[in-house]
Design a protein around this ligand. Structure first.
Ligand code: GTR
Length: 395
C-alpha cells in the first residue's frame, strides 16, 4: 500500500484481539530492515495514528519570537527567567503561545532542557511575580489557579540545581481543554471550503504546540537543542507521547501516568477504556476514534506502535502503584511490544524481563518507573526523570 492510498473505513478493518505486530505493514508485508522501517512503516504508522485517532496537523507555520529576560534572578539567585512569546505569523490572528524558560545561573555551556506542558498557567509553576498570569481568556475567573500552586509538582528548583533548564507552556494558550466547538487554534487553520481540514483533537494540538516550543529552543544559544526532553502528566502525558512520536527533534520523551490513549494499551480490560475516554473527552481526538469505542480490537495499531515511533530515542513511562485507571502493568507490556523496533534500529529497548520493583528505574532506552502512591506529579517522579535523562544524555 502506498502511504497516500485511501485508508479503509473503520468497519472494514479486521478484528485483531492481540497487539498488532509493529513490524507488519497494513497490507501484511513484513519490515525487516532499518531502511524499510524509515521509508515505509514509520510513515504508514504516523498516518494511521493521524487518520484514526489524533487527527492531522498543519505544517509548521512561520513564527516570530519575542524574548524578555526578567531583570532579577529567580530561585534564590540560581536561575534566570526568560519570557518568550511565540507568535504564529500565518494564518493571521492566532493568539501567541507564552513560554516560560528557566535557566541555571550563572550561565554555563548550553544546557539540556526539560519542556513541560502545563495545566493551569506558567505562573503556577514558580511563586515568582516576574511570571505573568495565564492570559487564556477562555478560563473562568474562578478556575484560575494561584501563583506557585503547581510548584511542588514541577520541582523546578530540583531541575535547575541538577544543571538542566526548564521550559513550559500552558495548554489553554492554544486550545482550552473542553469541547466547545470553535475554541482554540484550529479555526484559524480551517477554511470555509474545508472546515475540518485537519480535524485534530486537543492531544494533537498540544503536541503540535510542543513542537513550536522546540522551534524556539533551537534558536536559543543558551539551550542545547540536541538534548530537549518533553514531559507531560496524565492527559498531557498522552500529548507528550504524541509529540515524541511525531517530532524527532524531541530527544527524550516522558509520559507520566498517561493511561488510555497514551502509554496504556487500548486493547485492555484494565483501567480506562476507549469507550469511556471517547465519551468523556471526545475533543481530545478526531472524529474517527470514537468509532472504535465498541471494538478497540479493530484498531490497526495499539499504543506500542506510538511508542515505537519514538525509537530509537529514549522513552520513559512512569506510573504510580495506586493509579490503576492508567493501567501501569499494561504500560509495561506496551514497552515490551515496542521493543522489536528499538532492536531493529540497533538499540537494546527494555533491558528488563519483568516489571521493575517500586522505586526502581529500568535501565534501557525504553524506561519504566513505578512509585508508591496515587495519580500526581511529585519530586520523586522528577528525581527519576533526572536520572533517566542523565543516563541517556550521558551526563
Ligand atoms: C482522567 C482521564 C484520564 C487522564 C486524567 C487526567 O479523568 O480519564 O484519561 O488523562 O483525567 O488527565 O488527569
Amino acid at each position: 500500500m502506498s502511504t497516500r492510498s485511501p485508508l479503509p473505513d473503520v468497519s472494514e478493518l479486521p478484528l485483531r484481539p492481540e497487539l498488532p505486530d509493529p513490524l507488519q505493514m497494513l497490507d501484511g508485508s513484513r519490515i525487516s530492515t532499518r531502511e524499510d522501517w524509515v521509508a515505509r512503516r514509520q510513515p504508514e504508522l504516523l498516518r494511521l495514528f493521524e487518520h484514526y485517532m489524533y487527527g492531522y496537523a498543519p505544517a509548521p507555520p512561520p513564527l516570530e519570537f519575542r524574548v524578555e529576560t526578567a531583570p532579577a534572578s529567580a530561585l534564590q539567585g540560581n536561575a534566570t527567567l526568560k519570557l518568550v512569546t511565540i507568535e504564529i505569523i500565518e494564518p493571521e490572528g492566532v493568539p501567541p503561545l507564552e513560554l516560560l524558560l528557566v535557566l541555571p545561573r550563572p550561565a554555563q555551556a548550553p544546557v539540556p532542557v526539560f519542556v513541560g506542558i502545563n495545566f493551569a498557567g506558567n505562573h503556577t509553576l514558580l511563586a515568582d511575580p516576574a511570571v505573568p498570569e495565564a492570559r487564556c481568556h477562555q478560563l473562568e475567573a474562578h478556575a484560575r489557579a494561584a501563583r506557585g500552586a503547581a510548584a511542588g509538582a514541577w520541582s523546578v528548583e530540583q531541575i535547575i540545581a541538577h544543571g538542566y533548564g526548564f521550559a513550559s507552556f500552558h495548554t489553554c494558550d492554544i486550545k482550552p481543554d473542553r469541547s466547545h466547538p470553535g475554541e482554540g487554534i484550529a479555526r484559524y487553520f480551517s477554511t470555509r471550503a474545508q472546515p475540518d481540514l485537519y480535524d485534530w483533537g486537543a492531544l494533537r494540538v498540544w503536541a503540535w504546540a510542543a513542537s513550536r516550543v522546540v522551534d524556539y529552543l533551537e534558536t536559543d544559544p543558551d539551550v542545547d537543542a540536541r538534548r530537549i526532553a518533553l514531559v507531560g502528566h496524565s492527559r498531557l502525558g498522552k500529548a507528550a507521547l504524541v509529540a515524541g512520536a511525531f517530532d524527532p527533534r524531541i530527544a527524550l520523551t516522558i509520559a507520566l501516568q498517561s493511561g488510555c490513549a497514551g502509554a496504556a494499551p487500548s486493547r485492555s480490560s484494565v483501567g480506562e477504556s476507549v469507550r469511556q475516554i471517547t465519551r468523556g473527552f471526545p475533543h481530545w481526538f478526531n472524529a474517527e476514534f470514537e468509532k472504535f469505542a465498541a471494538e478497540p480490537a479493530r484498531l490497526p495499531f495499539d499504543q506500542h506502535c506510538l511508542a515505537a515511533l519514538v525509537a530509537p530515542r529514549p522513552l520513559l513511562f512512569a506510573n504510580a502503584i495506586e493509579d490503576s485507571w492508567a493501567n501501569p502493568v499494561g504500560q509495561f507490556e506496551v514497552l515490551r511490544a515496542a521493543e522489536p523496533v528499538y532492536r531493529l534500529l540497533g538499540k537494546s529497548g527494555l533491558e528488563s524481563e519483568r516489571m521493575p520493583g517500586v522505586g526502581e528505574l529500568s535501565s534501557g532506552p525504553l524506561g519504566y518507573f513505578l512509585r508508591a502512591g496515587t495519580h500526581s506529579m511529585t519530586a520523586e517522579d522528577w528525581s527519576a526523570f533526572l536520572r533517566f535523562a542523565d543516563r541517556h544524555f550521558r551526563r
